[in-house]
Design a protein around this ligand. Structure first.
Ligand code: SF4
Length: 368
Protein backbone atom coordinates (compact mmCIF):
# COMPACT_ATOMS: atom_id res chain seq x y z
CA UNK A 1 0.00 0.00 0.00
CA UNK A 2 1.39 3.41 -0.95
CA UNK A 3 0.20 6.91 -0.43
CA UNK A 4 0.03 9.36 -3.30
CA UNK A 5 2.03 7.21 -5.72
CA UNK A 6 3.56 8.73 -8.90
CA UNK A 7 1.08 6.92 -11.16
CA UNK A 8 -1.76 8.65 -9.38
CA UNK A 9 -0.02 12.04 -9.32
CA UNK A 10 0.41 11.79 -13.09
CA UNK A 11 -3.35 11.49 -13.56
CA UNK A 12 -3.82 15.05 -12.30
CA UNK A 13 -1.33 16.56 -14.72
CA UNK A 14 0.11 19.60 -12.99
CA UNK A 15 -2.85 20.23 -10.70
CA UNK A 16 -2.47 20.00 -6.93
CA UNK A 17 -4.30 17.11 -5.23
CA UNK A 18 -7.62 17.59 -3.50
CA UNK A 19 -8.03 16.07 -0.08
CA UNK A 20 -10.96 13.89 0.78
CA UNK A 21 -13.50 15.04 3.28
CA UNK A 22 -16.20 13.01 5.00
CA UNK A 23 -18.76 13.92 2.35
CA UNK A 24 -16.59 12.57 -0.48
CA UNK A 25 -15.90 9.35 1.42
CA UNK A 26 -19.55 8.87 2.32
CA UNK A 27 -20.45 9.40 -1.37
CA UNK A 28 -17.66 7.09 -2.53
CA UNK A 29 -18.86 4.28 -0.31
CA UNK A 30 -22.39 4.80 -1.65
CA UNK A 31 -21.20 3.57 -5.07
CA UNK A 32 -18.33 1.19 -4.27
CA UNK A 33 -18.25 -0.39 -7.74
CA UNK A 34 -17.58 2.82 -9.71
CA UNK A 35 -14.04 2.63 -11.09
CA UNK A 36 -14.21 6.17 -12.48
CA UNK A 37 -14.92 7.75 -9.15
CA UNK A 38 -12.50 5.41 -7.40
CA UNK A 39 -9.58 6.44 -9.62
CA UNK A 40 -10.37 10.16 -9.73
CA UNK A 41 -10.78 10.37 -5.97
CA UNK A 42 -7.69 8.26 -5.26
CA UNK A 43 -5.64 10.60 -7.47
CA UNK A 44 -7.12 13.69 -5.81
CA UNK A 45 -8.54 14.92 -9.14
CA UNK A 46 -10.75 18.01 -8.85
CA UNK A 47 -13.94 16.38 -10.21
CA UNK A 48 -15.85 19.62 -9.98
CA UNK A 49 -13.34 21.33 -12.31
CA UNK A 50 -13.36 18.35 -14.68
CA UNK A 51 -17.18 18.34 -14.86
CA UNK A 52 -17.23 22.09 -15.52
CA UNK A 53 -14.58 21.80 -18.23
CA UNK A 54 -16.66 19.08 -19.92
CA UNK A 55 -19.74 21.31 -19.85
CA UNK A 56 -21.58 19.35 -17.14
CA UNK A 57 -21.24 21.42 -13.94
CA UNK A 58 -23.03 19.95 -10.92
CA UNK A 59 -24.53 22.47 -8.53
CA UNK A 60 -23.21 21.13 -5.27
CA UNK A 61 -22.81 22.33 -1.75
CA UNK A 62 -24.43 24.87 0.49
CA UNK A 63 -25.64 28.32 -0.50
CA UNK A 64 -23.27 31.23 0.09
CA UNK A 65 -25.59 32.41 2.87
CA UNK A 66 -25.43 29.02 4.64
CA UNK A 67 -21.63 28.91 4.25
CA UNK A 68 -21.24 32.41 5.72
CA UNK A 69 -23.60 31.60 8.59
CA UNK A 70 -21.79 28.32 9.26
CA UNK A 71 -18.37 29.98 9.25
CA UNK A 72 -19.55 32.71 11.63
CA UNK A 73 -21.02 30.16 14.05
CA UNK A 74 -17.87 28.04 13.96
CA UNK A 75 -15.65 31.09 14.53
CA UNK A 76 -17.80 32.05 17.52
CA UNK A 77 -17.62 28.56 19.07
CA UNK A 78 -13.87 28.37 18.53
CA UNK A 79 -13.01 31.93 19.63
CA UNK A 80 -10.48 32.37 22.45
CA UNK A 81 -9.17 28.82 22.26
CA UNK A 82 -12.69 27.31 22.12
CA UNK A 83 -13.75 29.00 25.39
CA UNK A 84 -17.47 28.72 24.64
CA UNK A 85 -17.10 25.11 23.56
CA UNK A 86 -15.29 24.20 26.78
CA UNK A 87 -18.02 25.80 28.89
CA UNK A 88 -20.57 23.69 27.02
CA UNK A 89 -18.64 20.47 27.50
CA UNK A 90 -18.14 21.17 31.19
CA UNK A 91 -21.57 22.51 32.12
CA UNK A 92 -24.06 21.04 29.69
CA UNK A 93 -22.51 17.60 29.31
CA UNK A 94 -20.93 17.44 32.77
CA UNK A 95 -17.53 16.40 31.40
CA UNK A 96 -14.56 16.69 33.71
CA UNK A 97 -12.51 19.03 31.52
CA UNK A 98 -9.82 20.42 33.79
CA UNK A 99 -7.15 22.62 32.28
CA UNK A 100 -7.64 22.86 28.55
CA UNK A 101 -4.97 23.22 25.89
CA UNK A 102 -5.89 24.13 22.31
CA UNK A 103 -3.76 23.17 19.29
CA UNK A 104 -4.68 24.32 15.79
CA UNK A 105 -3.26 21.84 13.26
CA UNK A 106 -4.40 23.68 10.13
CA UNK A 107 -1.05 25.28 9.40
CA UNK A 108 2.40 24.18 10.57
CA UNK A 109 4.84 27.08 10.89
CA UNK A 110 3.11 28.92 8.03
CA UNK A 111 3.19 25.79 5.87
CA UNK A 112 -0.06 24.17 4.76
CA UNK A 113 1.63 21.12 3.15
CA UNK A 114 -0.38 18.02 3.98
CA UNK A 115 2.59 15.74 4.78
CA UNK A 116 3.78 18.25 7.38
CA UNK A 117 0.29 18.74 8.76
CA UNK A 118 -0.32 15.02 8.98
CA UNK A 119 3.04 14.48 10.69
CA UNK A 120 2.14 17.08 13.32
CA UNK A 121 -1.32 15.57 13.82
CA UNK A 122 0.33 12.18 14.39
CA UNK A 123 2.89 13.61 16.78
CA UNK A 124 0.40 15.48 18.95
CA UNK A 125 -2.17 12.68 19.02
CA UNK A 126 0.58 10.15 19.88
CA UNK A 127 1.61 12.34 22.78
CA UNK A 128 -2.02 12.75 23.87
CA UNK A 129 -2.58 8.98 23.86
CA UNK A 130 0.68 8.30 25.68
CA UNK A 131 0.76 11.06 28.26
CA UNK A 132 -2.74 12.58 28.28
CA UNK A 133 -1.24 15.91 27.21
CA UNK A 134 -3.45 18.25 25.15
CA UNK A 135 -7.21 18.70 25.12
CA UNK A 136 -8.51 20.17 21.87
CA UNK A 137 -6.89 19.44 18.49
CA UNK A 138 -8.49 21.56 15.78
CA UNK A 139 -8.35 20.60 12.06
CA UNK A 140 -6.37 17.37 12.44
CA UNK A 141 -5.20 16.07 9.05
CA UNK A 142 -5.90 12.34 8.98
CA UNK A 143 -5.40 9.50 6.51
CA UNK A 144 -7.63 6.62 5.61
CA UNK A 145 -7.10 3.67 3.29
CA UNK A 146 -9.49 4.03 0.36
CA UNK A 147 -9.50 1.29 -2.27
CA UNK A 148 -6.06 0.09 -1.20
CA UNK A 149 -4.49 3.57 -1.14
CA UNK A 150 -3.94 6.01 1.66
CA UNK A 151 -5.97 9.18 1.12
CA UNK A 152 -5.64 12.39 3.10
CA UNK A 153 -8.75 13.35 4.94
CA UNK A 154 -9.39 16.94 5.88
CA UNK A 155 -11.89 17.03 8.72
CA UNK A 156 -13.37 20.27 9.82
CA UNK A 157 -13.66 18.87 13.32
CA UNK A 158 -11.94 18.93 16.64
CA UNK A 159 -10.43 15.88 18.32
CA UNK A 160 -11.15 16.29 22.01
CA UNK A 161 -9.37 14.35 24.72
CA UNK A 162 -11.00 13.73 28.07
CA UNK A 163 -10.27 11.04 30.65
CA UNK A 164 -7.90 9.17 28.33
CA UNK A 165 -10.29 8.95 25.36
CA UNK A 166 -10.54 10.95 22.18
CA UNK A 167 -13.91 12.19 20.97
CA UNK A 168 -14.81 13.87 17.69
CA UNK A 169 -16.54 17.23 17.98
CA UNK A 170 -18.45 18.29 14.89
CA UNK A 171 -19.66 21.90 14.66
CA UNK A 172 -22.71 22.29 12.40
CA UNK A 173 -24.79 25.37 11.66
CA UNK A 174 -28.23 23.72 11.43
CA UNK A 175 -30.47 24.60 14.36
CA UNK A 176 -31.58 22.43 17.25
CA UNK A 177 -35.08 23.61 18.18
CA UNK A 178 -36.61 22.38 21.44
CA UNK A 179 -33.98 19.65 21.56
CA UNK A 180 -34.80 18.43 18.02
CA UNK A 181 -32.93 18.87 14.73
CA UNK A 182 -33.78 17.80 11.18
CA UNK A 183 -33.28 14.00 11.24
CA UNK A 184 -31.66 14.02 7.77
CA UNK A 185 -29.10 16.59 8.82
CA UNK A 186 -28.31 14.71 12.01
CA UNK A 187 -27.96 11.46 10.03
CA UNK A 188 -25.56 13.13 7.57
CA UNK A 189 -23.52 14.56 10.47
CA UNK A 190 -23.40 11.10 12.09
CA UNK A 191 -22.16 9.53 8.83
CA UNK A 192 -19.46 12.18 8.47
CA UNK A 193 -18.38 11.89 12.09
CA UNK A 194 -18.10 8.12 11.70
CA UNK A 195 -15.52 8.68 8.93
CA UNK A 196 -13.40 10.75 11.32
CA UNK A 197 -13.81 8.28 14.18
CA UNK A 198 -12.64 5.48 11.89
CA UNK A 199 -9.63 7.50 10.67
CA UNK A 200 -8.68 8.38 14.27
CA UNK A 201 -9.07 4.74 15.34
CA UNK A 202 -6.79 3.57 12.54
CA UNK A 203 -4.24 6.20 13.57
CA UNK A 204 -4.45 5.09 17.22
CA UNK A 205 -3.85 1.48 16.11
CA UNK A 206 -0.89 2.55 13.93
CA UNK A 207 0.57 4.30 16.97
CA UNK A 208 0.29 1.08 18.99
CA UNK A 209 -2.78 2.02 21.04
CA UNK A 210 -6.15 0.41 21.50
CA UNK A 211 -8.47 1.84 18.77
CA UNK A 212 -11.17 1.85 21.44
CA UNK A 213 -9.37 4.88 22.93
CA UNK A 214 -11.26 6.80 20.22
CA UNK A 215 -14.85 6.91 21.37
CA UNK A 216 -17.86 6.03 19.24
CA UNK A 217 -19.62 8.86 21.05
CA UNK A 218 -19.18 12.14 19.17
CA UNK A 219 -20.41 15.58 20.18
CA UNK A 220 -22.53 17.53 17.76
CA UNK A 221 -22.45 21.29 18.41
CA UNK A 222 -25.26 23.35 16.81
CA UNK A 223 -27.02 26.70 17.35
CA UNK A 224 -29.97 26.41 19.72
CA UNK A 225 -33.51 27.69 19.15
CA UNK A 226 -32.82 30.19 16.30
CA UNK A 227 -30.17 31.95 18.42
CA UNK A 228 -26.40 31.81 18.03
CA UNK A 229 -26.06 30.13 21.41
CA UNK A 230 -24.40 26.73 20.91
CA UNK A 231 -25.74 23.49 22.31
CA UNK A 232 -23.96 20.11 22.38
CA UNK A 233 -25.58 16.72 21.80
CA UNK A 234 -23.82 13.36 22.18
CA UNK A 235 -24.28 11.04 19.18
CA UNK A 236 -23.53 7.32 19.14
CA UNK A 237 -22.12 6.56 15.67
CA UNK A 238 -21.62 2.78 16.04
CA UNK A 239 -24.21 1.90 13.36
CA UNK A 240 -22.64 4.34 10.88
CA UNK A 241 -19.16 2.96 11.67
CA UNK A 242 -20.31 -0.58 10.91
CA UNK A 243 -21.77 0.45 7.53
CA UNK A 244 -18.69 2.49 6.64
CA UNK A 245 -16.25 -0.33 7.40
CA UNK A 246 -18.32 -2.75 5.35
CA UNK A 247 -18.52 -0.39 2.38
CA UNK A 248 -14.84 0.53 2.46
CA UNK A 249 -13.98 -3.18 2.37
CA UNK A 250 -16.16 -3.53 -0.77
CA UNK A 251 -14.47 -0.72 -2.71
CA UNK A 252 -12.83 -1.85 -5.91
CA UNK A 253 -9.06 -1.75 -5.48
CA UNK A 254 -7.55 1.21 -7.29
CA UNK A 255 -4.38 -0.71 -8.21
CA UNK A 256 -6.45 -3.28 -10.09
CA UNK A 257 -8.29 -0.56 -12.01
CA UNK A 258 -5.07 1.28 -12.86
CA UNK A 259 -3.48 -1.83 -14.38
CA UNK A 260 -6.15 -1.92 -17.09
CA UNK A 261 -5.92 1.80 -18.00
CA UNK A 262 -3.78 3.46 -20.71
CA UNK A 263 -0.39 4.52 -19.37
CA UNK A 264 -0.76 8.09 -20.64
CA UNK A 265 -4.20 8.64 -19.08
CA UNK A 266 -4.50 12.14 -17.62
CA UNK A 267 -7.40 14.26 -16.37
CA UNK A 268 -5.84 17.60 -17.31
CA UNK A 269 -8.19 20.13 -18.95
CA UNK A 270 -7.88 19.95 -22.74
CA UNK A 271 -9.31 18.33 -25.86
CA UNK A 272 -8.55 14.81 -24.64
CA UNK A 273 -10.26 15.19 -21.27
CA UNK A 274 -13.62 13.66 -22.23
CA UNK A 275 -11.90 10.62 -23.77
CA UNK A 276 -9.76 10.20 -20.66
CA UNK A 277 -12.83 10.23 -18.43
CA UNK A 278 -14.67 7.79 -20.70
CA UNK A 279 -11.66 5.45 -20.60
CA UNK A 280 -12.49 4.64 -16.97
CA UNK A 281 -15.64 2.60 -16.47
CA UNK A 282 -18.49 4.26 -14.58
CA UNK A 283 -21.48 2.76 -12.79
CA UNK A 284 -24.02 5.52 -13.07
CA UNK A 285 -27.23 5.36 -11.04
CA UNK A 286 -29.72 8.17 -10.32
CA UNK A 287 -28.36 8.30 -6.74
CA UNK A 288 -25.12 9.75 -8.17
CA UNK A 289 -26.90 13.09 -8.66
CA UNK A 290 -26.90 13.68 -4.91
CA UNK A 291 -23.33 12.63 -4.27
CA UNK A 292 -20.87 13.03 -7.15
CA UNK A 293 -19.64 16.03 -9.12
CA UNK A 294 -19.43 13.93 -12.30
CA UNK A 295 -23.11 12.99 -12.16
CA UNK A 296 -24.44 15.04 -15.11
CA UNK A 297 -21.61 13.90 -17.40
CA UNK A 298 -22.08 10.26 -16.40
CA UNK A 299 -25.88 10.50 -16.74
CA UNK A 300 -25.53 11.89 -20.27
CA UNK A 301 -23.11 9.12 -21.19
CA UNK A 302 -25.32 6.42 -19.61
CA UNK A 303 -28.44 7.69 -21.38
CA UNK A 304 -26.66 7.84 -24.73
CA UNK A 305 -25.80 4.14 -24.53
CA UNK A 306 -29.08 3.13 -22.86
CA UNK A 307 -27.31 1.89 -19.71
CA UNK A 308 -29.57 -0.03 -17.33
CA UNK A 309 -28.16 2.00 -14.42
CA UNK A 310 -30.18 5.04 -15.53
CA UNK A 311 -33.29 3.11 -14.44
CA UNK A 312 -31.97 2.85 -10.88
CA UNK A 313 -29.65 0.54 -8.97
CA UNK A 314 -32.46 -1.90 -8.22
CA UNK A 315 -33.14 -2.46 -11.95
CA UNK A 316 -29.44 -2.72 -12.74
CA UNK A 317 -28.91 -5.26 -9.96
CA UNK A 318 -31.97 -7.27 -11.05
CA UNK A 319 -30.55 -7.33 -14.59
CA UNK A 320 -27.10 -8.28 -13.24
CA UNK A 321 -24.62 -8.52 -16.11
CA UNK A 322 -26.89 -6.87 -18.72
CA UNK A 323 -25.48 -3.40 -19.27
CA UNK A 324 -27.95 -1.80 -21.65
CA UNK A 325 -31.73 -1.62 -22.02
CA UNK A 326 -31.34 -2.57 -25.71
CA UNK A 327 -29.67 -5.87 -24.78
CA UNK A 328 -32.36 -6.55 -22.16
CA UNK A 329 -35.14 -5.95 -24.72
CA UNK A 330 -33.42 -8.11 -27.35
CA UNK A 331 -33.05 -10.96 -24.83
CA UNK A 332 -36.70 -10.52 -23.81
CA UNK A 333 -38.08 -10.78 -27.37
CA UNK A 334 -35.69 -13.58 -28.28
CA UNK A 335 -33.91 -11.67 -31.06
CA UNK A 336 -30.61 -12.12 -29.15
CA UNK A 337 -29.32 -15.47 -27.87
CA UNK A 338 -27.95 -15.24 -24.34
CA UNK A 339 -24.47 -16.34 -23.30
CA UNK A 340 -24.41 -19.16 -20.72
CA UNK A 341 -24.04 -16.76 -17.77
CA UNK A 342 -27.10 -14.76 -18.89
CA UNK A 343 -29.33 -17.73 -19.70
CA UNK A 344 -31.28 -17.57 -16.44
CA UNK A 345 -31.79 -13.80 -16.59
CA UNK A 346 -32.84 -14.09 -20.25
CA UNK A 347 -35.44 -16.75 -19.36
CA UNK A 348 -36.85 -14.45 -16.65
CA UNK A 349 -36.97 -11.56 -19.10
CA UNK A 350 -38.84 -13.67 -21.67
CA UNK A 351 -41.35 -14.69 -18.96
CA UNK A 352 -41.78 -11.04 -17.92
CA UNK A 353 -42.30 -10.01 -21.58
CA UNK A 354 -44.90 -12.77 -22.09
CA UNK A 355 -46.79 -11.76 -18.91
CA UNK A 356 -46.72 -8.14 -20.01
CA UNK A 357 -48.09 -9.01 -23.45
CA UNK A 358 -50.85 -11.13 -21.88
CA UNK A 359 -51.79 -8.34 -19.46
CA UNK A 360 -51.90 -5.77 -22.28
CA UNK A 361 -53.98 -8.08 -24.46
CA UNK A 362 -56.41 -8.71 -21.58
CA UNK A 363 -56.69 -4.97 -20.94
CA UNK A 364 -57.39 -4.30 -24.61
CA UNK A 365 -59.99 -7.09 -24.65
CA UNK A 366 -61.71 -5.68 -21.57
CA UNK A 367 -61.83 -2.21 -23.07
CA UNK A 368 -63.37 -3.45 -26.36
S1 SF4 B 1 -21.43 10.19 -11.11
FE1 SF4 B 1 -20.15 8.95 -12.44
S2 SF4 B 1 -18.13 8.97 -11.47
FE2 SF4 B 1 -19.57 9.66 -9.95
S3 SF4 B 1 -20.10 7.79 -8.81
FE3 SF4 B 1 -21.67 8.07 -10.41
S4 SF4 B 1 -20.95 6.89 -12.13
FE4 SF4 B 1 -19.21 7.13 -10.76
Amino acid sequence: MTETAPDLDRLRGGAPPRNHDARTIAALTANPGCARRGVMDAAGVDKDAVARHLGFPAPFGQSQFAITRGNAFEAQVKADGCAELLTLLRDRLGLAVAEAAYDDLEVVAGNEGRELRHARTRRLLARALETGEGTLFDHPLLRLEIGGRLAYLEPDVIAFQVEGRLHVIEVKSFAVVDGQAEPEQVAAAARQSAVYVLALRRLAAELGHDPGRVSHEVFLVCPENFSNRPTATPLDVRPQLAVLERQLARLTRVDTILEALPEDLCFEPGDALADSVRAVEARYAPECIAGCEMAFFCRDEARACGATGTLGRGVRDDLGGIDTAGTALALADGSLSPSDDLAETAAQLRTAARLRDEALAAARGGAA
